[in-house]
Write a protein that binds this ligand. Structure first.
Ligand code: C5P
Length: 233
């Protein structure tokens, strides 16, 4: 069954804890990104874990293999469940992250590769030296590289899920932001899908931020999204 992850896009640990308590039982998994982690540090991960929730630490690591290996080891000690790295950091870096995670055995964080940032178009890719490939081809190449070197899955747009499922096989985790219930405000997301479509196409984890956090009743919004996901299978 696909998991619902709420993006904790808030600035303080107090706000994060309050949001989690307000949202309640229907969300068991939270994404902590750079904003909150830089503001509050590892304590915010502990606070979320103490509430009995799983943590997706979305810091998009990209550095030399040794540094990434040590960062993943630190994340493993915090008990995070999912963590992101940039697949374009290369095979050795991805392998270093996967091996460091594996040291934690059953509690190992699962490593997700970020393929191509959705903010980049083909002109941006050319500027950074990636030419002769479309953005979609680069996503596929980075996805293959990530999985071939021990990553458990990738982060991708719900519009890419079907093709990435075919390319990466049945076991790959496909974690998709850009999810909007029908009729919801899309905000700055351009390529959205509904929770039901994302699940049907093969997403294993749906990351939903504003449709829950900014709802007048966040608990009800989460319950409705969960129900839509469950109804899709
Ligand atoms: O509020 P919203 O549902 O758009 O939040 C989605 C979350 O997923 C945010 O934390 C956003 O930074 C993240 N994300 C995304 N698109 C990507 C990668 C990450 O929306 N391509």
């Amino acid at each position: 069954m696909a998991e619902l992850i709420t993006a904790l896009d808030v600035q303080t640990r107090a706000e994060a804890v309050e949001k989690i308590k307000t949202i309640g039982e229907s969300v068991g998994f939270y994404k902590i990104g750079l904003e909150l982690f830089i503001a509050e540090g590892p304590d915010v991960v502990k606070a979320v874990k103490d509430l009995g929730k799983k943590v997706f630490l979305d810091l998009k690591l990209h550095d030399i293999p040794r540094t990434v290996e040590r960062a993943v080891r630190s994340a493993g000690k915090l008990g995070v469940d999912l963590a992101t790295i940039h697949a374009c950091g290369g095979a050795a870096m991805i392998r270093a992250a996967a091996d460091a995670a594996a040291e934690f055995g059953e509690r190992a964080p699962k490593i997700l590769g970020v393929t191509v940032l959705t903010s980049l178009d083909e002109n941006d890719l050319r500027d950074i030296g990636i030419s002769g490939r479309t953005a979609a081809e680069q996503v596929q190449a980075m996805g293959r590289l990530a999985l071939a070197n021990g990553a458990a899955g990738i982060v991708c747009s719900p519009r890419e899920v079907k093709i990435m499922r075919n390319i990466l096989g049945v076991d790959a985790l496909l974690v998709t932001p850009g999810v909007r219930p029908a009729g919801a405000d899309v905000g700055d997301q351009k390529r959205v899908a509904t929770p039901a479509d994302a699940v049907r196409d093969g997403s294993t984890h749906l990351v939903v931020g504003r449709p829950i956090l900014a709802a007048s009743d966040p608990a009800a919004a989460a319950v409705a999204i969960r129900a839509e996901m469950d109804g899709a299978v």
